[in-house]
Design a protein around this ligand. Sequence first.
Ligand code: GLA
Length: 424
Amino acid sequence: MVTGKFINRGQRLGCVLALSVLALVLWGVPGAKALDNGLAMTPTMGWLHWERFMCNVDCKQEPNSCVSEQLFMQMADLMVSDGWKDAGYQYLCIDDCWMAPTRDSKGKLQADPERFPGGIHRLANYVHSKGLKLGIYADVGQKTCAGYPGSFGYYDIDAKTFADWEVDLLKFDGCFCDSVDHLADGYKNMSLALNRTGRSIVYSCEWPLYMWPFYKPNYTEIRQYCNHWRNFGDIFDSWQSIKGILDWTSYNQDTIVDVAGPGGWNDPDMLVIGNFGLSWDQQVTQMALWAIMAAPLLMSNDLRHISPQAKALLQDKDVIAINQDLLGKQGYLLRKEDKFEVWERPLSNLAWAVAIRSLLEIGGPLSHTISVASLGRAVACNPACLITQLLPVKKELGLFEWTSVLKTRINPTGTVLLQIKRPS
Ligand code: GLA
C-alpha cells in the first residue's frame, strides 16, 4: 500500500529544476578516465556459465550440463528464440574449464578437443550468426583457478589468439599469480595486448578482488585498464551470498561508487535468478539491487529450464532500463534502519531509482514509511514527483508533493523498487 498527497504544480518548479540540473551536472562529472576502447558504455548484459555449470567436464555422465560447445550453442539458440537477446542480453560467455590441459605446439591456448570439437572460432561464428557476442575466460597467473593453462608470459599470444577467434569479451581471472606486482602488471599488459589486436574486446577483470588482501586497490588506475572488475568473492546460489555482496558493497561504497561510469563498472558477480537457492522475494532483491548498483547483468542459469516468473523478472524492461541508464552513475545505500535499507540511484532526466529492502528474515510483510523529501539528494521530489513501483509488481503510485510520505509494504528479504520522475 502506498499513500501520497496530491498538489498543483508549484511555480517554484522552474527555479528548483534549474538548480537541480546544475547540481547534478557538476556532481556528474566523471572522476576517473575509463579504458578507452569505446565498450561497455552501459553495463554488459549476457550469460556466463560459471555459477550454474561450474567445472563440469564429464560429458559422458552429464552430456547436457557439461562445459561443451553444445551447451553454448543451445544457450545461443535460446537467447534469441526466448527473447533474451531482445531484452538486451547479448554476450554469451564461457568461463573456466574450456581449455585443453596444455597449450599447442606453438604455445597457443586450445579448446578441449572432445568437448569443443569445432573449436572456439567456429563457436564464435555460430554465436555471431545469431547476432550475439562471445566471451571467453583466461587467467593472469600460471594457471586458471581450476588448474588449466594460465596466461602469465603469454599475454600477447593469448590476446592475439582470442582476436583471431573473433572473441568479443575476455574474463581475466587472478589465480596462481606469484606477486601483487605481477598481478597488477599482468592485468595492465593484457589490457594493452587486447587493444593492440585492434579487435573490440570487453575486458572483464578480477584485479581488485585479488588485490584487496594486500593493498587497497587503486580504482582510478583499474578503471583505465578494465571495463568491469570484480571486488568481492564468488557468488553462490544462496541468500547468504547475495547479502554478503550487498553488505560488502555498501560498506565500501565511498571507495567504489564514484569510480563507476560509462566504460567501467563494479561487478558484483553473476545473476543467479532462475536457479535453486533464492526465494521469489530474494530474486526480486537481486534484480533490483543489481539495477541500483549499475552492475553487469550476466545471468548464470539454465535457459532450457527456467520458470516463467524468473524469466519475466530477468527480462523486465523497466528494471533493465534502470540498470542501463545512460547517465551511468552507480547507486548507493542512502540509509540503514533497524529493519530496512534504502538505496537510491540517480538516473538521466533528473529521475531516480529507489530500492527499499527488508532486512527481516522472520514474520511477514512489514510497512515502511519514508518522507519523499529525503530521497534523491532532496531534489527528486522538490516540489513534486511521480512515483512508479517497478518491483515486485508494476504499479503507478501517482504524484507526491515534497512534504508527503511514501508508505510501502515489503516481504521479508524482499525489495520494493521504485522509479521517481519529475512531473512533465
Ligand atoms: C574464480 C572466479 C569465478 C570463476 C572461477 C573459475 O573463482 O572468481 O568467477 O571464474 O574462478 O574457476
